[in-house]
Structure formats: C-alpha cells, structure tokens
Design a binder for this molecule. Structure first.
Ligand SMILES: *[C@@H]1O[C@H](CO)[C@@H](O)[C@H](O)[C@H]1NC(C)=O
Ligand SMILES: *[C@@H]1O[C@H](CO)[C@@H](O)[C@H](O)[C@H]1NC(C)=O
Length: 669
C-alpha cells in the first residue's frame, strides 16, 4: 500500500469516527483479503460501550441474509474477520464496496450500524479470456492496418485495475489505445512495418496487460499471426545461363538440360510453369520443355550442318504472372552423318595418247558437310593405272596422268575415285570416270613380211592382178588407213611403173603389160605403205606426219612353152627334104647324122627330145602306122643340144626312110 493510499484511509477513518459517535453508527475501512481473526475495529470503544454491556446485552451481529464475514468478540469488544473477504466477489467493479451490519444489544434493546468498507488490494492479475489470439494477415496488408485486440480483464478496481498494455516484440506492430466509454481501454494493434511472409511466415507476439497496483501485476497472451502469402515474388532461375550439349540426330525425347527456378511464395503463387520463349520458328520445332519440371528435350531433328549451337530462352512464370528467364546454350556435337560428295568440276572424256606428263584429266571438288575429322576427306584411285590424284588444296583434287598412255595397249580406263572421311565409322563415296584414249599416229604401217616374192606367167594379160601386199598399222581409223604406193625405180632402163601398178587402197599389184620371160625373168621394186594420219588438229596430237613402211617385192616371170625348138642342123631350106644316105650295111650304132636343135624357153620348156618319125607327118601319122617313135629303127641319142641321131636298133629295110626329124616333145618327154 502506497503512502498516499494509506493517508487517504486514515482520513476517511477519522471522518467516520466523528460521524458515528453522533449517529450511533461506526464505519471501518479494511482491505480485502485480511486473514481470519484479523482485527477490523474496536467496536466497543468506538461506540462508547463497555465490555460488560456487550456481554449483558448479548451483543450480536445482524447481517440480514448476507454472508457473515465479520464476527464480534465480546470479550475484547472488537470486530474480527470471520471469513476472508474478497472484494471482487463481494462488489465486483462497484466502488466503494462496503459491508453493512448491525450490532444488536438487548436489555435494553439497541442497535448500531456498522459500515465496513472493503478496500481493494491488488490481488487480481490482469487476464485474458482466451489463451491465444490468432490472426491471419496478408503480407500485403497496408501500413496502418488495425487489428482489434481482445482486452484483458483485471477484477481489481481503481488503481489496481488494468492500466496499460505492452506488445513485444514491436518490429511490425504498435499498440494503439482507444478509449471507449464504460468499457475501459480498448486496444488495437497497428501495422507499422510491412510483413514479409517469405522472411517470417509466423509471427508470435506477446501482449502484456499491466495494472496499476503496487507491485504491478501483469498478464500476457500470445498473439499468433500467420502471414498470408501474396504473389509478391517472381520466380528466379538457379542459373541465368545453362550450358548443354546434344549430339546431332539425337532421338526425340533426349534430355538436353533441366532448368529450375524457385519462387519463395507459397502455394499456387509459387507454382512455376516453364516455357520456351523467343526461338526462331524453325528452332521451335527442335526443343520442347516440360512445363512442370523444366526438362528440355529434343523434339525435332538436330542437324549440326544446319546449326552448331542454339540459344534457347526459357521463361518461368508463376500463376500470378510474374516471370524470370534464363538462357540455355546448346552446343551440337557433330556426328559423321554426311558422306563426302564428289563434284566433278571439269572432265575430259577423251585424251590423246602420249600426253605431256601430269596432264590434268579431271578436276574434282569434294565436300563433306561434317566437321572436324568427320569432314576430313581423303581420296584415292584404283591402283596400277597410269594416273595419280594430286591434291591442289583442301578439297580440290586433280586427276593427272602419271605414266605413258598407249591407246594400242589400253584404249579405255575406268578410273574409280573413292573419297572417304576420317570419321568413325568412315563414310565414303566414289565415282567412276571413264576415259577414252584417242589415237595418235604413232605407229607406222608394218608389212606382213619383210619382203615378198611372187611369180607370174609370162604372156599374161595386161592388168592381171599378180598378188597382194598387206601392211598393218596398230593405230586406229584414219591413222591406220593404208595407202600403197609404188616406189619409183627402173628395171632394165624402163620405169617400174610401166611393168606393174598397185591399187592404192588394197595393195593389189597388177601387171601393166604382158611379160615375156624370154626378155625379163624377174624384177624387184619397192612398195611403200602409208597411213592416213593427218596434220594435227590439236596440239595434243603432237604433229605426227603420216608414217610409212616399205618392202621389196620381187616378181618372177614364169616361163611358158611359147617357143618351139628350132632345128639348126641339118639345115633345112625351103621345103626340101634333107636326105642322109645310110649304107645298107650300117650296123646297129651306126651314126646316121647329127641333129642340132634349140628351144629358147627355159626349164622344162627348154627340155626337148629328138624323135624319129617314120613319115613326114606328125605323130598322128606315126600312130597311124601303129608304131610309136620308140620302136623306130633309128634311135636318137640325146646329149644336150648337140644330139646325135645315131643308133639303129634294127635292121634297115630299103623302104625305110626318114625324111624328117621332128620335134615331138609333147609325146616323148
Ligand atoms: C569400263 O566400264 C564400262 C561400263 O561399265 C565397260 O563397258 C568397260 O568394259 C569398262 N572398261 C574397262 C577397261 O574396264
Ligand atoms: C625403205 O626401206 C629401206 C630398208 O628398210 C630403208 O632403208 C629406206 O629408207 C626405206 N625408204 C622409205 C622411203 O621409207
């Protein structure tokens, strides 16, 4: 009890005493909650009664029907506390609070009023009805928002009653008091600093109510504030740039990357939807994103040759429409999926044989769309051909001659060019170049034989074809087209062309005139064969003149029996008969005469026999006689041209005579 309170009670007490003495009543003021038996007041003294009178008068307390808080001790003449007095129970909030009782005396009957004021002591703590105050406040609540708090109750009155509140901590809220008539203090909580659910989604405050007693009593209640989410946070990607790789031709649904964003908001406000933004229309067909988990997958055909990398912009949006974006840089890894492509830039279909060395036949450009080793290309050609492939610079190749080309040996080449890249596995392609070798007149005609001999019967008809020479030329076509030419020379002082001619195209040798063996037995001349090569039309041909070969031809005239033997002896003159006289006694072996004949023909034709014929007639006559020459009685002894008719095989008769020695070799050879 403070000094001031004490002084007031003392003053009050004195005032009651003076009043009660006059009116036969007395008042006391005691604090509530005094212990049983505590002294309330010396009633005997205050009413001016002695203790005997109290006893004799059987003094007692009358309270009506109210509870008996006070008892009278007649021995001591004092009022004592009989039951503990709770002012709050007795009077509630009513002040002043007093007990009214009468002291009744008998003999004689008399009563006195006693008023006992019960003063409040601070025996009640401010208290709250509920155990907890719960609020659900949006984090978007504006500053100055007010939240009514439930007031505390303090049963004490006056100074001991509720005095003020405190709120702790005071980070976000202040208290504001509002005086309401009758009902004491109302208190509100005012938002002074914005709430942020993402920082603190549950706020616990303690509201303390304090009374004015001494010592002060207080009671507290917890305030639970659940901060309600507002979509005040945009999603945020964990990385602003993602790097990823994808192999070209990766199958659909291949995962390229997974992006992730977070949103500190709650519930639907933190639900993120991923989408691909700002891609070119074409690229959009290539990648897809799972809108729920941010997984980026291949949906189209990734072609390294089309693009080596992609930049995908991904957007994350929450349901409140707040967004963030990130980039995915996707590098495409090359796959060896392109064959080298062989382009023929320039091509010779035909090349003359014997070209200058390293003559370019074909130029090739090779392209492989792949990169790195997958695009590195090497080319080769089939082996054992007189060509080689030179690389002039990257991807350009020339097919050049590398060795002799000889049409007569190989008139056509199929050159297969194969180009392969370095990828694993390697891809290759090839082309076949067909190259014709054109003829150059590099081969001279060659006769079948080194020399020819032929014979012809004399007395031939002029123009007779005697025989044919033939030359061959390994070249082709015009270069092998043969012309036969008779070379000028003379035979026995006459030009050979007056003896023979040759058909230029076929090589047939003709007699120009009838030959006479007896005049010329053989002759030799040269025949030249010349091919049809022409002056060059192109420099490649090298300017070959026509080539020729020559051969000697010997023509032998064959004898014909075109000359009859001539009897030189015995000399015949006119039609006269040469007579030889043979004596009758001529014995066998008698030499009759010598016959000498000649035949200008040669060989067999030159061979002749002598024959004795019986008549002047021919063999026919002879046959008529029925006696062939051999049975002639005169035989001939053949010895060269000087043949003697000498032998008589039989006996001569008178009538035997021989008028002629005839040439009759056709019978007797
Ligand atoms: C070249 O190829 C052609 C066509 O396939 C064929 O007719 C010809 O015989 C080949 N030539 C050579 C020399 O292989
Ligand atoms: C003909 O052939 C001979 C011997 O082979 C040769 O000496 C001569 O030069 C040749 N004549 C011509 C015109 O080719």
């Amino acid at each position: 009890m403070s000094d001031r309170t004490m002084a007031r009670q003392v003053l009050l007490f004195i005032w009651f005493l003076s009043l009660s003495s006059a009116l036969g009543q007395v008042s006391y003021s005691i604090p509530e909650e005094m212990a049983k038996g505590s002294l309330v007041g010396n009633i005997a003294q205050d009413l001016g009664l002695d203790l005997k009178r109290l006893k004799s008068g059987k003094a007692r307390i009358y309270t009506g029907d109210s509870a008996e808080y006070i008892e009278l001790n007649k021995e001591r003449g004092v009022l004592l506390i009989k039951e503990r007095i709770d002012r709050e129970a007795l009077c509630g909030q009513t002040t002043p609070c007093a007990l009214h009782l009468q002291i009744i005396l008998e003999n004689p009957m008399k009563f006195f009023s006693v008023t006992i004021e019960i003063t409040d002591i601070n025996d009640n703590t401010p208290s709250f009805k509920k155990s907890m105050i719960v609020f659900r406040i949006s984090e978007a609540a504006v500053l100055g928002s007010k939240f009514m708090l439930e007031p505390a109750i303090d049963l004490d009155v006056g100074i001991n009653g509720l005095r003020s509140y405190t709120l702790k901590p005071t980070d976000n809220f202040n208290l504001k008091f509002k005086n309401q008539p009758g009902d004491g203090k109302n208190v509100e909580m005012v938002l002074k600093k914005p709430l942020d659910r993402e920082k603190q989604h549950d706020i616990k405050l303690v509201l303390t109510a304090i009374d004015g007693g001494d010592p002060q009593l207080s009671g507290s209640i917890e305030i639970h504030i659940t901060v309600l989410d507002v979509n005040d946070n945009a999603p945020v990607f964990l990385q602003s740039v993602y790097k990823a790789t994808v192999t070209e031709n990766a199958p659909k649904d291949t995962v390229v990357s997974t992006v992730s964003a977070t949103d500190p908001d709650e519930g639907i406000n933190s639900k993120i939807v991923y989408s691909i933004a700002n891609m070119h229309d074409d690229d959009q067909q290539l990648f897809g994103i799972n809108q729920d988990n941010g997984q980026v997958t291949v949906v189209g055909i990734i072609d390294f040759e089309n693009a080596r990398n992609y930049e995908i912009s991904v957007q994350a949006s929450d349901h409140g429409g707040l967004t963030d974006s990130c980039k995915i840089i996707v590098d495409v890894i090359d796959i060896n999926d392109n064959k080298p492509v062989i382009n023929i830039m320039s091509k010779t279909n035909v090349i003359a044989e014997n070209p200058a060395s390293e003559t370019v036949v074909t130029m090739i450009n090779v392209q492989d769309l792949d990169s790195g080793e997958n695009g590195e290309v090497h080319c080769s050609i089939n082996e054992n051909i007189p060509f080689t492939l030179r690389s002039t610079n990257a991807n350009f190749f020339s097919l050049v001659t590398d060795g002799d080309l000889d049409r007569e040996r190989e008139s056509e080449y199929n050159i297969s060019v194969t180009c392969a890249d370095e990828g694993v596995p390697s891809l290759s392609s090839s082309v076949t170049l067909s190259l014709q070798i054109s003829d150059v007149n590099d081969n001279a005609p060659v006769f079948d034989k080194s020399s020819y001999e032929a014979s012809v019967q004399e007395n031939n008809t002029p123009g007779l074809s005697i025989f044919t020479v033939r030359a061959r030329d390994a070249d082709f076509n015009q270069n092998a087209r043969m012309s036969y030419i008779l070379e000028d020379s003379s035979v026995n002082g006459v030009p050979v062309s007056s003896l023979v001619s040759i058909s230029a195209d076929r090589g047939v040798i003709h007699a120009v005139r009838s030959f006479d063996y007896e005049q010329i037995k053989d002759f030799t001349f040269r025949v030249k064969a010349q091919d049809g090569g022409s002056p060059p039309l192109s420099s490649n041909d090298g300017g070959n003149p026509p080539l020729s070969g020559n051969v000697s031809v010997k023509i032998m005239i064959q004898d014909q029996n075109d000359n009859a033997p001539q009897v030189l002896y015995p000399v015949q003159t006119g039609a006269s008969v040469v007579a030889e006289i043979v004596p009758r006694s001529a014995d066998v072996g008698y030499l009759v005469t010598k016959v000498v004949a000649v035949d200008v023909d040669s060989g067999q034709n030159h061979v002749y026999n002598y024959e004795v014929c019986r008549t002047t007639d021919s063999r026919k006559s002879d046959l008529k006689y029925g006696r062939p020459c051999s049975e002639s009685i005169i035989s001939l002894d053949s010895s060269g041209t000087q043949t003697l008719t000498h032998v008589q095989r039989g006996k001569l008769n008178n009538e035997d005579y021989f008028d002629q020695v005839s040439w009759c070799e056709w019978l007797c050879i």
